[in-house]
Design a protein around this ligand. Structure first.
Ligand SMILES: Nc1ncnc2c1ncn2[C@@H]1O[C@H](COP(=O)(O)OP(=O)(O)O)[C@@H](O)[C@H]1O
Ligand SMILES: [Mg+2]
Length: 272
């Protein structure tokens, strides 16, 4: 299959396009000629096993890793050579990377202050964002007094408060225990629908990708293997005959000419 995808919403110009991106580390080809588009407001997952190049691809989009070749185009503008902090992208990592010496409020305010937003505008924006991630009353606390889930919400609020065109998330839920992870998935989806932010979400967890995404990009060894939409396909009759979770909660995927699930060699367990 060609390593490219068209926008989910036909006719809409892509919010983000990646064109033939490449990156090697010595002999290791981490990202090998990857092209894809994300439509405005789309939730796009990069799914694949550890080491397949997901983080490297995301970090090139962010500007944290310099590409060997190819282009990153944001809303029609080539940003391949634009510095990280000028890309107007939000970033959320697995490690929350909060500033430990700052309060929750100040963590969220950071990006706005750096853009020179003054207090009269800044305070309501930070407070609205804290409300959105349900941390309204906790603004005065230092991060160490928050649970893991709460810290990850601060990281989300911090990334979203500047209203980035695209939010990049690298396995943001992996450090949370199972219960919190489920909660945060719902939260993340709610935020995305509320704010309409385009999201590129890296995960090695197939179930997570299928639950959250408008489309899933399956990666293997630095390349795009498949791009498709999750789709509920199994009927109740089929669900009844299966063991394990009901099939109606196991989305399948419709993907161009290729069938979903993908071939067994890229069909791996959901979690380590
Ligand atoms: N800074 C680096 N230096 C050397 N090799 C790296 C570096 N970053 C990533 N790699 C290698 O590139 C490949 C892809 O890594 P990565 O993008 O982190 O994969 P993933 O996020 O899918 O687990 C791996 O083989 C990894 O070891
Ligand atoms: Mg990674």
């Amino acid at each position: 299959m060609a390593a490219s995808a068209s926008p989910a919403v036909s006719g809409a110009a892509p919010a983000l396009s990646v064109r033939r991106l490449r990156k090697s580390f010595g002999p290791v080809v981490a990202v090998d000629d990857v092209s894809l588009d994300a439509a405005p407001g789309e939730f796009l997952s990069l799914l694949g096993p550890s080491g397949c190049g997901k983080s490297t691809l995301l970090r090139m989009i962010a500007g944290l890793v310099e590409a060997d070749g190819g282009q990153v185009v944001l809303a029609g503008e080539d940003i391949t050579r634009v510095a990280v902090h000028r890309r107007n992208l939000g970033l959320v990592f697995q490690s929350y990377a909060l500033f430990p010496h700052m309060t929750v409020f100040e963590n969220v305010a950071f990006g706005l202050r750096r853009r020179g937003v003054g207090m009269p505008e800044l305070a309501p924006r930070v407070e609205r964002m804290l409300e959105l991630v349900r941390l309204g009353p906790l603004g005065a606390r230092p991060p160490r007094e928050l649970s893991g889930g709460q810290q990850q919400r601060v990281a989300l609020a911090r990334a979203l408060v500047t209203e980035p065109r695209v939010l990049l998330l690298d396995e943001p839920l992996s450090n949370l225990d199972a219960l919190l992870r489920d909660e945060m998935r719902v939260e993340l989806k709610r935020l995305q629908e509320r704010l309409g932010t385009t999201m590129i979400f890296v995960t090695h967890d197939q179930a997570e990708a299928l639950i959250l995404s408008d489309r899933v990009v399956v990666m293997e060894a630095g390349r795009v293997e498949q791009i498709g939409r999750p789709r509920k396909r199994a009927t109740k009759a089929v669900a009844g005959r299966r063991s394990g979770p009901p099939a109606s909660s196991l989305p399948s995927m419709a993907a161009g000419s290729r069938s979903w699930p993908p071939p067994a060699r890229i069909w791996y367990p959901a979690s380590p």
